[in-house]
Design a protein around this ligand. Structure first.
Ligand code: AMP
Length: 398
């Protein structure tokens, strides 16, 4: 059974084709600049040179058609016939409170995804365009929607409610939703496997640290709290997003500059590691400048690591203990400096960090001594595989 996994943005589309008989990746690619000048598809058949084609790509229908053509191209393709594509899994950013797990797409599901557009106005419309484009290009092929928010729907109300009048929850749906759920789910399950213990008996803090970041408390396999909230700015410092901020700061800036759009740009696009360092949103640049003595880069680095440490402590307290800490995504998988700064003074929690094991990049590894009560792991995330697995399961059930 071959499953196509799609991640549609407003002007881009990422895809992977996975053979689910042994979960191997057959091909992957990216369609960029949809609706813009310079649009192109980059398609990679595993083990071959990338195939790149610049062409006019006015919309997602054309983008999906290009993907389908590339997959069955005699030279770069990996299937002889489209009937080999058994199902398509779609990443959908927001499922609101309606979608607590992945679902087979039908008209009602499309309506449900549309209903939560106000909660994710940039992402859900693009996700919907992707699903509809596949329905046109591959009629009769089952589509499955996998939501970034679904894993966090197990949070108790005392973790997801904000302390504002209850009517804003009822009327405006303001609450913590959380994101990166597929990634937190994957690494939590994978670390349980690596530790050889059932996830039901583990308390895990998963740290997804990338351009966007979130930290989740996973108790018994369920998300019980997470650092991203209603939108995608809460929690720790991110590439360009502020992380936690006193609401008074927003009010003050709004009153001073008189334009919510300006303030929105500040907290989403100009803050975080980028805003503090004044150098870059990319941790590689910030670490490099910090090592050459740049004090603002050092401050951004320290703020990030301090924030992560605070969440680990808070979630250990929230879960009544902790068995494992997992680092994943771009920074988590690659930055030994961040991992060491976060873990080195956590002995009081039972973490015996072993710096000699920490020089790893993008590979699964245990970073603690054998007698460490709390284990620390690097686990490369694989959201596409989770999407493909759910897609396979739901498509087989029909
Ligand atoms: P992601 O959003 O998961 O793709 O993560 C992207 C981010 O990972 C980049 O912006 C960098 O900040 C970070 N990153 C990637 N490689 C490294 C590295 N070798 N050292 C530090 N940070 C890295």
């Amino acid at each position: 059974m071959k499953v196509l996994v799609l991640n549609c943005g407003s002007s881009s589309l990422k895809y992977q084709l996975i053979d689910m008989s042994d979960e191997t990746l057959l091909a992957k690619g990216l369609v960029e600049r949809i609706g813009l000048d310079g649009a192109r598809i980059k398609h990679v058949k595993v083990g071959s040179e990338p195939f790149i084609k610049e062409t006019h790509i006015p919309n997602h229908d054309v983008a999906v058609k290009l993907v389908v053509d590339a997959l069955q191209d005699p030279q770069h393709g990996v299937v002889k016939d489209l009937s080999e594509l058994s199902a398509v899994g779609h990443r959908v950013v927001h499922g609101g409170e309606k979608f607590t797990r992945s679902v087979l797409v039908d008209q009602e599901v499309l309506k449900g995804i549309e209903e939560v557009i106000p909660l994710a106005p940039l992402h859900n419309p693009a996700n919907l365009m992707g699903i509809k484009a596949v329905m046109h290009a591959l009629p009769g092929t089952p589509n499955v929607a996998v939501f970034d928010t679904a894993f966090h729907q197990t949070m108790p109300a005392h973790a997801y409610m904000y302390g504002i009048p209850y009517e804003h929850y009822e009327k405006d749906r303001v609450r913590r939703y959380g994101f990166h759920g597929t990634s937190h789910f994957y690494v939590a399950h994978r670390v349980a496997e690596a530790m050889g213990r059932p996830i039901e008996e583990l308390k895990i803090v998963t740290c997804h640290l990338g351009n966007g970041s979130s930290i989740t408390a996973v108790s018994g396999g369920k998300s019980v709290d997470t650092s991203l909230g209603y939108g995608t700015t809460e929690g720790i410092l991110m590439g360009t997003r502020s992380g936690n901020l006193d609401p008074s700061v927003m009010i003050y800036l709004m009153e001073k500059y008189g334009d919510p759009k300006v303030v929105s740009d500040v907290v989403h696009k100009k803050s975080g590691v980028c805003g503090i360092s004044g150098v870059s949103s990319d941790m590689r640049d910030v670490e490099e400048a910090m090592e050459k003595g740049d004090q603002r880069c050092k401050l951004a680095f320290d703020m990030l690591c301090y924030g992560i440490k605070k969440y680990i402590g808070a979630y250990a307290a929230a879960m009544g203990g902790i068995d494992a800490i997992v680092f994943t995504a771009g920074i988590g998988e690659n930055s030994d400096l961040v991992r060491e700064a976060v873990c080195k003074d956590l002995e009081f929690l039972g973490v015996k960090f072993d710096p000699s094991k920490n020089k790893v990049r993008g590979k699964e590894a245990e970073l603690t001594t054998p007698d460490s009560k709390v284990k620390v792991y690097v686990i490369p995330t694989n959201e596409e595989l989770v999407i493909a697995r759910d897609t396979k399961e739901l498509a087989l059930k029909g």
